[in-house]
Design a protein around this ligand. Structure first.
Ligand code: ZEM
Length: 292
């Protein structure tokens, strides 16, 4: 019926926003020497992931469509602690481009951060609509770091991912760190936490990992200098047979990792968004690949 058609068209209206301009504005505010490791990139990737990873393929609800983490119940879910840093930072861009939805902005910011930190190109489509407080997802849909392979599979299978995609997505832990005041865990996974690479898999396999003795939640530290960490869920990618084959592959072959990560992350940030709402993929060039 015609009113339905109209609402779909209005919602997407992707031609009204210059997404490359939005991308460039996000790229502009990634760095800040006074924040964390000098970049908002990692926490922006985490925002895109937590906005999307609530998807439930059975009911079709959750996912990035809606940006429901703006509202109190979901913003206060334990897993989302600290993501206000990402949401607040993006307000600068939202003010410049008020016509973009939050749900498009958050996912686009994840793509921008990955690409600008040296990662692969990620196909992205516009057209997500912002929901309201009734669309908030129930707590408990995102993974807990202190659990094993069964838990990881349960959570990611619910979104519709397979073992290969789980391992590929986990390579995002090349970026950023754990913060005691957010998750309770502590430390980065690799030595250059603002550079996207396959270091996460290489270190998982090449370092010796031992349980850290401390008052915080159970986590692992590398024996050699104790400056790096792994969650129990990270360790599962090495100890579980089904996962290990892909960890081996990505540790050896960064191109394979980049290619598989790009596909899996793109899938993640479109989960649950009705196809009719979405634009064609929007080419979003890295700053370094744009004409001077
Ligand atoms: Zn994470 N992640 N994650 N992750 N994550 C943290 C940080 C970051 C898990 C997890 O519990 C945690 C994916 C999968 C899984 C990022 C991206 C992606 C932190 C630390 C925890 C505890 C939070 C803090 O204290 O600030 C678990 C259990 C996962 C699966 C089993 C996937 C998939 C991701 C993207 C594709 C990123 C970029 C960070 C770093 C954030 C930052 O602020 O530095």
């Amino acid at each position: 019926d015609s009113s339905d058609n109209r609402s779909v068209k209005d919602a997407a209206s992707p031609q009204q926003v210059d997404y490359q301009k939005v991308y460039n504005a996000i790229a502009d505010i990634l760095e800040d020497e006074n924040y964390d490791d000098g970049s908002y990139g990692p926490v922006l990737v985490r925002l895109a992931w937590h906005a999307s990873g609530t998807y439930d393929k059975e009911s079709g609800n959750g996912g990035s469509n809606g940006a429901t983490m703006r509202f109190a119940p979901e913003a206060n879910h334990g897993a989302n602690a600290g993501l206000e840093h990402a949401r607040n930072r993006l307000e600068i861009v939202k003010k410049k481009f008020p016509e973009i939805t939050y749900s498009d902005l958050w996912t686009l910011a994840g793509v921008c951060a990955i690409q600008e930190m040296g990662g692969p190109y990620i196909p992205w489509r516009a057209g997500r609509k912002d929901g309201n407080v009734e669309n908030c997802t129930p707590d408990g849909r995102l993974p807990d770091g202190d659990k094993g392979a069964d838990h990881v599979r349960k959570i990611f299978y619910r979104m519709g991912f397979n073992d290969q995609e789980i391992v590929a997505l986990s390579g995002a832990h090349a970026l950023g760190r754990c913060h005691v005041d957010r998750s309770g865990f502590d430390g980065p996974w690799q030595y250059a936490p603002t550079t996207f690479s396959n270091e996460y898999y290489r270190l998982l396999e090449d370092e010796k990992w031992q349980e850290r003795k401390w008052k915080g939640p159970p986590q692992f530290e590398n024996k050699s200098d104790k400056s790096l960490m792994m969650l129990r869920t990270d360790m599962a990618l090495m100890t579980d047979k089904g996962f290990r084959q892909y960890t081996d592959k990505y540790a050896k072959d960064e191109n394979a990792f980049f290619s598989d990560f790009s596909k899996a992350f793109s899938k993640l940030i479109h989960l649950g968004v009705p196809t009719a709402q979405l634009s064609e993929p929007v080419p979003l060039k890295k700053i370094e690949d744009q004409a001077p």
